[in-house]
Design a protein around this ligand. Sequence first.
Ligand SMILES: *Cc1c(COP(=O)(O)O)cnc(C)c1O
Length: 355
Amino acid sequence: MERYPRIEVYTGKIESNCRRTVALCSQYGIEVTAVTKGFCAYPEIAQSLIRGGIKALADSRVDNLKKLKNLDVEKVLLRIPMMSELDDVIDFADLILISEIETARVLGRKAVQKGVIKRVLAMVDLGDLREGFWLDDIVPAYGELLDIKGIEVAGLGTNLTCYGGVVPSCENLGLLVGFAEEIEKRYGVEVGIISGGNSSSMHLVYDGGMPTRINNLRIGEAILLGRETVFGTERENYYNDTFVLKAEIVEVKEKPSIPIGEIGRDAFGNVPVFTDRGIRKRAIIAVGKQDIHPDTLIPHDKGIIVLGGSSDHTILDISDCEADYGVGDVLSFDLTYGGMLGGMTSPYVHKVLVE
Ligand SMILES: *Cc1c(COP(=O)(O)O)cnc(C)c1O
């Protein structure tokens, strides 16, 4: 029995996107760490990244790193760790992003107790206002980290375009390189890794404008969905149809496009707005906001308009479609990053791996 809703994951296409990204970055001396959190770190999908040339996998959650433990590559913990999870962090992560001296001290103490040395990457906030030591603090903080037993400071990293939407540039990443040079001069150490961000930094690689000492990027979306994430420029030879949602139609009816009666709040507490297109043919598919938000769906049939939905229903306008869809038919959608994340996380969405 075919079960819906389902996400078909095209591992060969992901491998191809990965190989292209790794090859391009290596021309500039940049190692790619592939990020698995977008697909819940399913090991079979992670393997396609390894086939695509990846030597390190990263995830924001230790639970996801646990799923990857049998894969023979370096594991990186992306989210700065909770104090309460440090024991697991030591067991399942090889490289750990850090922005608090206090956390690093406890990590170091626990590592010493376990007889290991953990590598950490000191994060710098270049203005995006998510994690990281502030600009004035990073050089002294690096010095403090160097003195902590049980940890080895592997280098510097930054994260941009995640909270504040700050675009990675030659200037702000140049600042990161400047900090590395200051640290090397002041402490007489080599800053081995300079990790210049996520998929939003790829535009600098495509255009050849990445500062030369940036030697690592942590890439999820640009590999998984083949998209340039800052300007949305189409990249030739990258696949976008890698995670395809298939959902089944459970109702098809002609209805007006404006609800009848006084409009209050919808199921999620928002007051909805409607466009009056007259009487339209509508379809309901059996998938909802609990699984995948309607705004994240990119219909394969360009005649489909995604109108919205509630927890368990997504409502489509199919009046402009050439196909005559009926109950039981299955519709296909590409997904944005949020759609992939939601769908892969939802236990109600079946996952089917395709070569
Ligand atoms: C999620 C994440 C990434 C990867 O982001 P993409 O936009 O998918 O490339 C990289 N670094 C950190 C710290 C992250 O949290």
